[in-house]
Design a protein around this ligand. Structure first.
Ligand code: ATP
Length: 362
């Protein structure tokens, strides 16, 4: 497996890019550490597949370099990069058995029969395909076919990384989580460099050690699932991750306080000073999970009017009005609150982030 480094990579599909808008991928620097499990997360069209194809060599970037373990492979074709790719639709040979499908990448490279058999058996065991090795691939379920596809990547010892592009899209919802768990187990055992493309935050957050969040051709944050949840570096990450996403309230800064709809909240003096000099629209970000109902007059609290309360089993989700702005609040199940009531909500400074022009003020 390899450490993969992308240096100043950018890509435009038009032959002569005239402006920044022509770039599907804006200039970015990224390092995928050897053995890491990464998710590449972002909405449709943000550039995930473009980035993946640049790593595998299916696409040559307009600008920048791709390095595997320090060696520049920007000009190297896919077959010289030893990347295993698993696509949305499993790529397997229907006329072959499961065993022959798994053995194919090794036979192709001239590996001996006994070593091939041993590797196939090992991978089949790992992916729970042992009882099915003799079955013909045609007619097998989608999740089995995708496991075979993954197995064809894992069977080779020389792969630099395994890239998976939305591999669970065609899998039935009730077996999706099984396959996800399997993939996580396989990664824990083999520690291969794994890049998993998805637009599904649950998939990304459960599978990966680190998540690369993309939006409009840019990498907006790289972090652990916890960092993305607790410290979104960008309003897009705050909103895109979480269910519902972060509350992002337009605000102003006055002295050492943030003012939202006429209500003042004291904030760190340094943050306020940096926000003033940063420029761009200011927003105060707080996740629904971190808001707390408190008695009137509690520091860092605001008065709101509740407009809706949904009972979601283990917790309640309330919508409240702070002046003209709506806030989502996650409340404990036992909290008694009805639409039309007013209450005070604390925005603990520790969980409150100020954004200027979409970026978090450090
Ligand atoms: N072959 C191509 N020619 C021209 N434009 C392309 C091509 N492939 C992708 N694009 C454009 O580049 C941008 C990024 O596309 P890409 O497929 O990388 O996004 P994605 O995040 O993988 O989306 P999805 O989740 O829908 O697959 C999009 O605007 C897309 O329309």
């Amino acid at each position: 497996m390899a450490r993969i480094e992308l240096r100043s990579i950018a890509h435009a599909y038009v032959a002569v890019p005239a402006s920044e808008q022509d770039y599907a991928l804006r200039p970015l620097e990224l390092v995928w550490e050897d053995g890491g499990a990464y998710a590449l997360l972002g909405p449709s069209g943000c550039g995930k597949t473009t980035l993946l194809n640049i790593i595998s060599g299916l696409l040559r970037p307009t600008r920048g370099q791709v390095l595997f373990d320090g060696v520049d492979v920007t000009e190297a074709p896919p077959q010289r990069r030893n990347i295993a790719q698993v696509f949305q639709f499993p790529v397997i040979y229907d006329t072959m058995t499961v065993s022959e499908n798994l053995a194919f990448p090794l036979r192709n490279r001239g590996l001996g029969a006994s070593e091939t058999r041993a590797r196939v058996e090992e991978v089949a065991e790992l992916l729970e395909l042992t009882p099915d090795l003799r079955l013909r691939a045609s007619g097998l379920s989608a999740d089995m076919r995708q496991r075979i596809s993954l197995g064809r990547g894992l069977v080779r010892r020389d792969v630099a990384a395994i890239l998976l592009d939305e591999p669970l899209t065609v899998i039935d919802p009730h077996v999706k989580w099984l396959l996800r768990r399997k993939l996580k187990q396989v990664h824990e055992q083999l520690k291969m460099t794994l890049v998993y493309v998805t637009h599904d935050q649950v998939e990304a957050l459960t599978l990966a050690d680190r998540v690369v969040v993309m939006n409009q051709g840019r990498v907006v944050q790289v972090g652990t699932p916890q960092e993305l949840f607790e410290r979104p570096a960008d309003t897009f990450v705050g909103y895109f991750i979480g269910s519902p996403g972060m509350n992002l309230l337009p605000c102003t800064v006055e002295d050492d306080a943030v003012v939202v709809e006429g209500q003042r909240l004291a904030l760190d003096a340094g943050v306020c000073a940096r926000a003033r000099s940063a420029g761009g629209e200011l927003r105060l970000g707080i996740r629904p999970e971190f808001l707390r109902r408190v008695p009137e007059g509690t520091p860092s609290s605001v008065r709101v009017e509740v407009t809706q309360v949904e009972n979601l089993g283990r917790h309640k989700l309330a919508t409240a009005k702070l002046g003209a702005q709506a806030l989502k609040v996650r409340l404990p199940e036992e909290e008694r609150l009805a639409p039309g009531e007013s209450c005070w909500l604390e925005l603990p400074p520790r969980w409150t982030t100020l954004y200027a022009g979409g970026r978090a003020i450090p």
